[in-house]
Design a protein around this ligand. Structure first.
Ligand code: ACO
Length: 333
């Protein structure tokens, strides 16, 4: 049985920011690239268009752009950052980390910076890491970034995956909680036995990039869609429930649910299970597709900008992604 874990919040989201590339690729344009159509994509996923970054734009550039917005809103300068925690499944290079590139771009000379790879759940894992670093006294001001250039790792000849994803970045400034607002509960879980349902088999240490990898295109994302769909629904329902119980709140107290934006059908199933009416669930997958870990911070930032959540609002965030990993939290903004 899930038990409440009542604690005073230790860390607070002070501000958010986002970056989305300008270029819009509609379903109609996708149909000129692979054999697909707007009706199939919309009815199966809810996606109508996605943003695709230019060749010159890297994951670090997008993260830095989102970070600058969040930092300006928080009144935090580059030298105030003690840490930069960065989630990405699409690092600009395999070595060194994209977080270090963001540190350099921002001129955040006082910060420790590192990446982590928890796919679509990354922003929620990042908030939990930030909370832990603050609770341990290691840091007072932390930048959590989630940045994904999914267009660089999808196979543009595979209609079963390339239509689903988009590019973008979100960021949040996290500081010590002082007034009861902040992260009220967190839940994180993983299941590595299911890794091969959503993965990039080639191009890493086990199967280094060579001509055979390029030939069989195994450096691109492979996904068993229907199996992932079922696991996503199960895990997101469990995650939503756990975060609520741990925070000691019920869904009718939640002002806004901000779920991972992979597929509107997964979002609707999760919302129904969590007893959240869709008018209190933020959805933007129609405009961006699945931006992996950037989906939640972009959605949260948009929702705040639209006035759907603000200071004092109770927000439930729920995510699921490759690994598998899943996570949730309840946050008082
Ligand atoms: N256009 C047209 N037809 C297509 C396309 C396309 N883009 N893609 C697949 N099809 C065809 C298939 O070939 C298949 O044809 P067949 O019946 O002749 O073999 C048919 O459509 C049905 O395919 P399914 O895979 O059964 O379709 P399904 O209804 O399961 O929808 C989808 C596929 C949208 C991928 C769904 O399974 C899904 O959303 N899965 C979860 C994906 C997800 O959430 N991933 C993200 C979590 S992790 C992360 O974010 C990184």
């Amino acid at each position: 049985m899930i038990q409440p874990i009542p604690t005073a919040p230790r860390a607070r989201l002070v501000s958010t920011g986002r970056f989305n590339p300008e270029r819009v690729v509609t379903n109609a344009e996708m149909a000129t690239i692979v054999e697909t159509n707007d009706e199939w994509i919309t009815s199966r996923t809810g996606i109508r268009e996605r943003r695709i970054a230019s060749k010159e734009t890297g994951a670090a550039d997008m993260a830095a752009a989102a970070a600058r917005v969040a930092m300006e809103r928080a009144g935090v300068g580059p030298l105030d950052l003690d840490m930069i925690l960065l989630s990405t499944a699409t690092p600009d290079r395999l070595l060194p980390s994209t977080a270090c590139d963001v540190q350099a771009l921002l001129g955040a000379r006082n910060a420790a910076a590192y990446d982590f790879a928890t796919a679509c759940s990354g922003f929620l894992y990042g908030l939990s890491m930030a909370e832990a670093h603050i609770a341990s006294g290691q840091a007072e001001t932390i930048l959590v970034c989630a940045t994904e250039k999914m267009s660089s790792i999808v196979d543009w000849t595979d209609r079963t995956t390339c239509v689903l994803f988009g590019d973008g970045a979100g960021a949040a400034v996290v500081q010590r909680a002082t007034d009861g607002r902040g992260i009220l509960s967190t839940y994180m879980k993983s299941d590595g036995t299911l890794a091969e349902l959503l993965w990039r088999p080639g191009g890493g240490a086990r199967m280094p990039l060579d001509l055979s990898v390029l030939d069989d295109r195994s450096h691109y994302v492979k996904m068993a869609g229907p199996e992932v769909f079922k696991s996503a629904v199960r895990a997101m329902c469990e995650a939503a429930e756990t975060a609520l119980v741990r925070a000691g709140v019920t869904s009718d107290q939640i002002d806004l649910m901000v779920p991972h934006q992979a597929n509107v059908r997964i979002i609707e199933s999760t919302a129904k299970y969590a007893k959240m009416p869709m008018d209190r669930v933020y959805v933007n997958v129609d405009r961006y597709g699945n931006m992996s870990s950037a989906s939640i911070p972009v959605a949260l930032d948009e929702a705040v900008e639209k006035g759907l959540a603000g200071p004092g609002s109770l927000v439930l965030m729920v995510a699921f992604g490759a690994g598998f990993t899943w996570a949730s939290n309840v946050v008082r903004l």
